[in-house]
Structure formats: structure tokens, C-alpha cells
Ligand binder design. Structure first.
Ligand code: KG4
Ligand code: ZN
Length: 331
């Protein structure tokens, strides 16, 4: 059995997890910083870095104790090395390096996006490469063909905001606080998605790229005009976002080489309306649809540990202890 300790600290969740190559999550812990950041309506990098520094070591001790393991039982230490808020990434990576050095275990540096991209395989042992992946989080909005560990073909990205960012900004406009995605989804349940006319940026355009800045501005105008209730705005926004996602993903799927499944991952994959729409789209192409369980969609350390497991199994070398954290790191 291979056992990997995973560490995640690239945004506003401090997390540690122990995962085996048999897909068992022996223990995991996540400390969210929602309370610290919510007064500011978004993540404040300096506050995030300090909170990671305070919380990470006790979290790691906790998951080891819960699983009845010590560092010496681990085969590797995997940590997010980017992309993300650099202060937080450094806290996680430096901690991983110190643990790797102290226990003489290999360090596996993980791209956070690779963590999201491979997380569906942690949840689903039957998911085979290659698969089409819609990666939708607070910082990213991409369509990838996941061809193997370390082999990612990017077909589309956003030319402005990420989808999660659009949810968060809509939440801010509607006074729903941070993080916005779950709050917008909840309020949308009480609204009618057909009431507020909103744009669908880039709909039908040839390249499958995304754009959400215009949609967000239209939400702001609709809100300021005062003619619609907040629930109707939330529902109409969510519908417009879904229409864009479906149109763009349909376009990408129709040009992509064959795949085994359509998969969604990243924080926005927690949204039930978006999951439902994508499931229907997969059906149009005769593809199975998979989405990881909610706890693996938003940032977590199990996906980082799993990416470490996958990288080791695929024969990737451990990373050197002088490896630098990378605020930007395309897949
Ligand atoms: O993957 P993630 O935890 O962090 C990043 O790597 O960005 O994604 C967080 C994003 C936030 O923008 C949050 O508002 C969004 O995912 N999100 C949702 C939902 N849950 C989280 N968006 C829509 N509906 C949800 N239920
Ligand atoms: Zn993420």
C-alpha cells in the first residue's frame, strides 16, 4: 500500500489528508477561513497566509492521529506548489519540505489544478483516461482533455472572470456575503430563472472560450434598476451561467478527440443546477457523466494527496527540496 500525506493551502482553505493508492481517505481535515475573509467580501492574501501558518501544523497532527499513523508510515508528502495566493502556497510547501526532510520521505509538488483534474478518479475507480473535464472554480474556468497523469490538453479558458468569481461577484451585488456560490444557488431556488433578461457572453462563438465579466455587469445593472427581486436575479444569473457553460462545453465536445466521459470538478461543481445541466449534455453525446462528491469539489487536501499517489504510480520523480512555489502555473 502507498500512503501519501496531502497538504493544501493555495486559497482560503487550510487542509491536510492521508490517502492510499487504494482510494481510501484514511483521514482528512479542512479549516475554512470564511469568517476571517467575509468582512472584506473576498480573500485577503495576507490574512490567508497568516491563518494557514497558524493552522496547518495542528491539522496535520490531527489527521495523523485520527488515522493512527506517523510521518514514517507515509510514502510521500504531497503539497500544492501553485497556482494560488503565493503566501499561502509557500506556507504549505515549506511545511511539506520540512516534513519531507525530517522524515526522509519524498516531496511531491502538485499543481492545484492537477489536483482538481484528477479528483474524479479518487472518487470513481472506473473513470479511465482520456476524459473531458470542465474545471470550474473561483480562480479557473477551463475545458481540458485529461489524457493521463501530467497530460492535459486545454481546449478552452476564460478571457476574463472565472465562473466561481462570477458567482461570488453576483453574491456580493445581492449582499449575500462571501463565499457566494452556495448562497446564490440557495437564493436561486426561490426565484424564476426566466424573469431577468441577462446576456450569454460568447454564446455560439466558434472557439469554446468563456467570458463572464459582461454577465456580472448586467447583474449589477439589473440589481441597481430595482425592478426585480433578488431571488429572480439569482435564478436568472444561474440560468445564464448554465446556458454559457452548456454551449461552450458542447462546442468543445464536438471538436474534441473521443473521450470516455464528461467530468466536472472544482468548487462550482458543487452546484446542483450546473451538475444537472451537464448530465443532460453528456447524454446528448452518449457519454457517462461524473462529478466528485461535494467535499472533493471544493478545495481539499485529499485531491492533492491523490495527485501525489497518481504521480508516483505514473513514475514521476520526487521534487527537489529547493523547489519554488509558483503563483502562476498553467497545467
Ligand atoms: O475549487 P474552489 O474551492 O477554490 C478555487 O480553487 O477557486 O472553488 C471555490 C469557488 C468559489 O468561487 C465558490 O463561490 C464556488 O466555488 N462555489 C460554488 C458553489 N460552491 C462553491 N458556486 C456555485 N454554486 C455552488 N454551490
Ligand atoms: Zn481549487
Amino acid at each position: 500500500m502507498t500512503l501519501v500525506l496531502g497538504i493544501e493551502s493555495s486559497c482560503d482553505e487550510t487542509a491536510a489528508a492521508l490517502v492510499t493508492d487504494g482510494r481510501d481517505i484514511l483521514a482528512q481535515a479542512i479549516a475554512s477561513q470564511e469568517e476571517e475573509h467575509s468582512p472584506y467580501g473576498g480573500v485577503v492574501p495576507e490574512i490567508a497566509a497568516r491563518a494557514h501558518a497558524e493552522r496547518l501544523a495542528p491539522l496535520i497532527e490531527r489527521v495523523l492521529a485520527e488515522a493512527g499513523k506517523t510521518l514514517h508510515d507515509c510514502d510521500a508528502i504531497a503539497a500544492t506548489a501553485g497556482p494560488g495566493l503565493i503566501g499561502g502556497v509557500m506556507v504549505g510547501l515549506v511545511t511539506a519540505k520540512a516534513l519531507a526532510m525530517a522524515s526522509d520521505k519524498p516531496l511531491m509538488a502538485v499543481n492545484h489544478l492537477e489536483g482538481h483534474a484528477l479528483s474524479p478518479r479518487l472518487a470513481d475507480a472506473n473513470l479511465q483516461f482520456p476524459y473531458a473535464l470542465l474545471l470550474v472554480s473561483g480562480g479557473h474556468c477551463q475545458i481540458l482533455r485529461v489524457e493521463g497523469v501530467g497530460k492535459y490538453q486545454r481546449l478552452a479558458t476564460t478571457i476574463d472572470d472565472a465562473l466561481g468569481e462570477a458567482f461570488d461577484k453576483t453574491a456580493k451585488i445581492l449582499g449575500l456575503g462571501y463565499p457566494g456560490g452556495p448562497a446564490v444557488e440557495k437564493l436561486a431556488l426561490a426565484g424564476d430563472p426566466r424573469t431577468v433578461p441577462l446576456p450569454r457572453p460568447l454564446l455560439k462563438s466558434k472557439e469554446p472560450h468563456f467570458s463572464f465579466a459582461g454577465l456580472k455587469s448586467a447583474v449589477l445593472r439589473a440589481h441597481d434598476a430595482g425592478q426585480h427581486g433578488d431571488a429572480d436575479i439569482a435564478a436568472s444569473f444561474q440560468q445564464a451561467a448554465l446556458d454559457c457553460i452548456l454551449d461552450r462545453t458542447r462546442r468543445a465536445l464536438s471538436t474534441m478527440a473521443p473521450v470516455s466521459a464528461l467530468v466536472v470538478a472544482g468548487g462550482v461543481a458543487a452546484n446542483q443546477t450546473i451538475r444537472g445541466g451537464l448530465e443532460g449534455l453528456a447524454g446528448e453525446f452518449g457519454l457517462p457523466f461524473t462529478a466528485p462528491p461535494l467535499m472533493l469539489c471544493t478545495d481539499n487536501a485529499a485531491m492533492i494527496a491523490w495527485a501525489g499517489v497518481e504521480r508516483m504510480a505514473a513514475g514521476f520523480e520526487p521534487d527537489p527540496l529547493d523547489l519554488k512555489a509558483r503563483p502562476r502555473w498553467p497545467l
